[in-house]
Design a protein around this ligand. Structure first.
Ligand code: BTN
Length: 283
């Protein structure tokens, strides 16, 4: 495979602004974490939104909880800071925001994987799936992680941190990740133009992240069709306790539905609005 150009030129940055909903880019060849930088910028009054912090590489990328985010050279790491109207997007809608961001990434990856593939072979493309609440998986391996955060000292801002494995290979990842992750180039044997991938993701995001879309039946059907967990035996860690059962999908509010066996041999549906999910059947 010829080496990819994994840098962003000034004209790439210009295209990202002219072809997407992003109004301003804060670009770094290297940074600790784009989410940390976006948190700092959230406090500034005169920025134009949506503002994107984009980095070629991160030295301290963060995942959910205390997890770190690995991203080798050729990965996309960026954070989009939105000015939101909390009347339109109240906190009880945030689980839907996470799912909707994941859904938009799924749509973008589906489009990118299908580009240039003859229509007769489209049904052989790998399925892009959503692991509730907001990870994207292909062929059982994680390709994208999403970290949605709310700046504490700045009301009306919402931060979407997104990491996508594109031209990086998991062969270069720490040993414990190699069987769990994948990238677009590992899957296809091709290299992608990072700007094209980012434009596709941002365009999908701008459509789906509109408040009205979070109530949209098509979006909900989109999560459900792509839910990696449906019918699987799972454990959901809720911090103080965990719940084990068979996943029955995602409801209209974005809650994960878990069928838990009761003492009478029946089952009760538990709705989870937060938590960390583990697949129990060795998947
Ligand atoms: C997860 O899988 O737990 C979420 C991973 C989120 C990673 C992205 S990379 C860009 C942004 N900056 C960070 O420090 N984290 C997010």
């Amino acid at each position: 495979m010829p080496p990819a150009n994994n840098q962003f030129s000034p004209s790439d940055l210009q295209s990202l602004v002219s072809e997407t909903f992003v109004e301003q880019i804060d670009y770094h060849a290297e940074i600790g974490s784009t989410n940390d930088r976006a948190m700092e910028l959230a406090a500034q009054p005169d920025d134009q939104f949506p503002l994107m912090v984009l980095a070629e590489s991160q030295t301290a990328g963060r995942g959910r909880g205390s997890n770190k985010w690995w991203a080798g050279s050729g990965a996309l790491t960026f954070s989009v800071l939105l000015a939101t109207n909390t009347a339109q997007l109240p906190p009880d809608r945030w689980p839907q925001v996470s799912l909707t961001v994941g859904f938009a990434v799924c749509e973008a990856l589906e489009e990118l994987l299908a580009r240039g593939v003859p229509t007769t072979s489209l049904d052989q493309l790998p399925r892009v799936q959503l692991k509730w609440p907001n990870d994207v998986y292909i062929e059982g391996r994680k390709i994208c992680g999403i970290l949605v955060e709310v700046p504490r000292d700045r009301a009306g801002r919402l931060l979407l941190g997104i990491g996508i494995n594109v031209n990086n290979s998991v062969a270069d990842a720490p040993a414990e990740l190699q069987s769990l992750a994948t990238s677009l180039s590992d899957l296809t044997g091709r290299q992608f133009t990072l700007t094209e991938v980012l434009v596709e993701v941002l365009q999908r995001l701008s459509v789906r992240i509109q408040p009205a879309e979070l109530w949209n039946a098509e979006v909900r059907a989109g999560w459900r069709q792509r839910c990696l967990l449906t019918d699987e035996q799972i454990q959901v860690d809720l911090g103080v306790r965990h719940t084990v059962g068979r996943c029955r999908g995602i409801d209209d509010e974005g809650a994960l539905l878990v069928a838990v066996s009761d003492d009478q041999g029946g089952e009760q549906i538990e709705r989870c609005l937060a938590g960390v999910v583990t697949l129990l059947d060795g998947k």
